[in-house]
Ligand binder design. Structure first.
Ligand code: GAL
Length: 731
């Protein structure tokens, strides 16, 4: 904590008189480059209460004495409806963020409603949503946090729904001024429809933030100076990004909902027999004796002997992942004990634990520890924590906003927090066991970066999925653009490429009996009608999974940077090239680590435009070069991966392994792109525990002197994760 001078403090402690009421607003500098403004009496339980301790690395960032925006010009007021803040943007500012927004990217001029909801967009969803919300701001992990291109961030630390008007409204006082400058032409009667509808729309400079139902609000201001620095500061303040266990960067397959142990073992054996890399297998609802709501007990008909299934799977070096949600079925062993610490409404007859109470956390967490973690379950898929449906058929899929919880929060607050609290309860148990995990979760919220999880959805629009990869980088979350059924072979392969180039490579066949490359069409797949060329398609899929395995050392290093420096591994191009106005709106390309740019082909297409920022770029497949500052039309066959390498990159590519164990070491070929390979850092540790937090890790620095490559290690971890087997140059 940095002390601020008495004078500055007094200057910042302002009393605002508005609407006849007076409300104090207090400013604290809470960390380097982070200011907290407290207005009125914010609610008791806020997202920051569930935050990890800030990373020590925060102290290495710039730390200005004065905030990046004029805090004393922010106007707060209290109305009968709730708390409101007003601030200004200038004409040039662009706005990004608001969490994992689905189908919008640059947010200026928009009204964003920050509300957790699974019903994001009707189109292409597996469960077509009866009310297609379009792009109003709802989503699995929308967040009250935006970043301005001027290099500052604004976050509202609230668990209530928040509405942001980002220059979307104009005040009437402006019209009064406009009246004085109307031209003669402006005043002439409209003579055509286009004139009738003439509007000189341009977003305003006003930002209004409304937190309904609140008696105050807590606003955090983050200093940059760049967009990327704001995000890095936010992630480090959250505790630093999670480094997932190395095995979780491999390939995951999720089998059909009602698979029995026989089908699971058939699949896992199939992958090994055919040398298709696979690290994890996920069981869907059918492993529970009751799933909607959940019993958290094995279905003995499908899995008569779960321990022996686990033994066999571990023997084949698989990690097992279990699907569940947090609504506790009356038949569950924890039902009676958790009811007193649950909300007063049920979901699918199940109790909804109030994870703000230590009792609910303890009952749920220790049950999972004893029955699953200790037995060797490596991860969970935490489903349905975002549900918010409105029609008769689905309304019961969530608790209402008027629900009451023992901690004192209502249903609205719990809906916003539920995914965050749920992942934290499970993640805390893994942490106590000193085992890293990568959870899947369907909702999240602010400050989630240290809780190792990937968010997924039932939506399925490929373009939205790519947009969400770009947006995930603004908000400290991983996004999983999973593959399920597809429309064509091209759609299958292009989607497989996108999951390869994402934080989580998962094929989620929870409603497919057979492999998606045997048959991409759902009905035919389940009828056992296979494509004539399924073996050929399988080879393509296998090649892509192997390519993912090759990229693991590069990705692992990107995650280490996420942890130690806060830099998101997957991010919008604008974060790396903020000055290039051609990238300001690009949401269909993104950076993967510092040196690779991905430009997925969606909707089964094989032709698209790709814009290259400054420098020279190499096609990963052909080494063809592209000049920065230009847009190219690029055609790629299905065998080519839409990934481009920045000049000066040393790209370590591993010989693919079929699975990862604590003993795995990687043989690396380092490809040097261009004449001057810039040094690159790889991360080495035991790959599965939290020992790196106690200093048990090393950096392996790769360098190229124009003729020869070298590797230099520094740090406490002595075992080598990487062997360099060769250097290649790409001119
Ligand atoms: C959905 C989830 C799917 C699948 C399914 C099982 O809600 O998003 O991925 O797990 O539940 O019922």
């Amino acid at each position: 904590m940095h002390l601020i001078s008495k004078k500055v403090f007094l200057a910042l402690f302002v009393v605002i008189l508005l609407n006849g009421s007076s409300f104090g607003q207090k400013v604290d500098k809470i960390a380097p480059g982070i200011w907290r403004i407290t207005f009125g009496t914010p609610e008791q339980h806020k997202p920051a209460d569930f935050k990890a301790a800030p990373s020590d690395a925060l102290s290495k960032l710039s730390d200005s004495k004065t905030p990046p925006i004029a805090i004393d010009e922010i106007k707060f007021r209290q109305t009968a409806k709730g708390s409101v803040a007003e601030l200004m943007m200038d004409d040039t500012e662009r706005i990004y963020g608001f969490g994992l927004q689905v189908n919008t990217f640059e947010q200026r001029g928009m009204r964003r409603e920050i509300r957790t909801s699974s019903g994001v967009k009707g189109k292409d969803a597996y469960v077509p949503h009866p009310v297609p919300f379009g792009n109003v701001g709802f989503g699995h992990a929308p967040m009250p946090f935006y970043i301005s291109s001027k290099g500052y961030g604004v976050l509202i630390n609230t668990s209530r729904y928040v509405t942001f008007y980002m220059g979307s409204q104009h005040k009437v006082e402006k019209s009064v001024k406009i009246k004085q400058s109307l031209t003669a032409e402006d005043k002439t009667a409209a003579t055509s429809p286009s004139q009738l509808y003439r509007s000189k729309y341009k977003s305003s400079n006003d930002v209004e933030i409304a937190v309904d139902g609140a008696q105050g609000m807590e606003m955090y201001i983050f200093e940059g100076p760049t967009i990327k620095n704001v995000v890095e500061r936010y992630n480090l303040f959250s505790g630093g990004g999670a480094i997932p266990p190395l095995w979780s960067l491999g390939f995951k397959y999720r089998g059909k909902s009602d698979f029995t142990y026989k089908e699971v073992l058939n699949f896992t054996k199939y992958f090994r027999d055919n040398h298709i890399p696979c690290d994890m297998f996920g069981l869907e609802p059918g492993w529970h004796s009751a799933a909607y709501s959940c019993s958290y007990t094995w279905n003995k008909k499908n899995f008569p002997n779960p321990d022996s299934v686990l033994n066999v799977m571990h023997g084949m070096n698989y990690k097992l992942n279990l699907w569940e949600h947090a609504y506790v079925h009356p038949s569950s062993p924890i039902f009676d004990s958790i009811v007193p610490f649950s909300g007063n409404y049920a979901v699918w007859q199940g109790a909804v634990p109030d994870f703000i109470t230590p009792q609910a956390r303890n009952i749920f967490g220790s049950y999972h520890k004893e029955n699953f973690l200790k037995k060797g379950i490596s991860a969970f898929k935490l489903d349905e924590c975002d549900a918010a449906y409105y029609d008769e058929a689905h309304a019961e899929w969530s608790f209402p906003d008027v629900a009451r919880f023992p901690s004192g929060v209502d249903g609205e607050q719990m809906r916003q927090l539920f995914g965050l609290l749920y992942q934290k309860v499970i993640w805390d148990e893994y942490k106590k066991e000193n085992k890293r995990t990568l959870l899947e979760v369907r909702a999240s919220h602010l400050f989630a970066a240290p809780y190792s999880a990937a968010i997924y959805s039932d939506m399925y629009d490929h373009g939205d999925y790519v947009n969400m990869i770009a947006n995930s980088g603004f908000s400290g979350v991983n996004w999983s653009p999973e593959v399920r059924e597809t429309k064509s072979e091209a759609d299958l392969i292009r989607r497989m490429q996108t999951i390869l180039m994402s934080s989580h490579m998962v094929v989620d066949c929870w409603f497919l009996k057979n492999l998606p490359w045997y048959q991409f069409d759902e009905k035919k797949n389940n009828n056992g009608e296979f494509l004539p060329n399924y073996k050929e398609l399988e080879l393509k899929a296998k090649k892509l999974i192997e390519l993912r395995m090759s990229l693991i050392p590069y990705l692992y290093a990107a995650y280490a940077k996420y942890h130690f420096e806060g830099t998101p591994p997957f991010r919008a191009v604008v974060m790396d090239y903020p000055e290039d106005k051609n990238v300001w709106k690009i949401n269909n390309q993104y950076m993967m680590g510092d040196n690779l740019m991905c430009a997925p082909y969606v909707d089964g297409k094989s032709e698209r435009e790709v814009y290259f920022p400054a420098g020279k770029w190499y096609d990963f497949n052909t080494n063809k070069t592209y000049e920065g500052g230009k847009k190219y039309k690029i055609i790629m066959t299905l065998d080519e991966l839409p990934m481009f390498v920045k000049e000066g990159t040393i790209l370590p590519l591993a010989k693919p392994v079929e699975f990862i164990t604590p003993e795995t070491t990687f043989d690396l070929t380092c490809r040097v792109y261009g004449n001057s390979g810039k040094p690159v850092r790889l991360f080495e540790d035991n790959t599965y525990a939290f020992d790196f937090e106690k200093g048990q890790f090393s950096w392996a620095d790769l360098a190229w002197n124009g003729k020869k490559g070298s590797i230099k290690r520094s740090g406490n971890y002595k075992k080598k994760l990487y062997n360099i087997t060769g250097w290649e140059t790409v001119k």
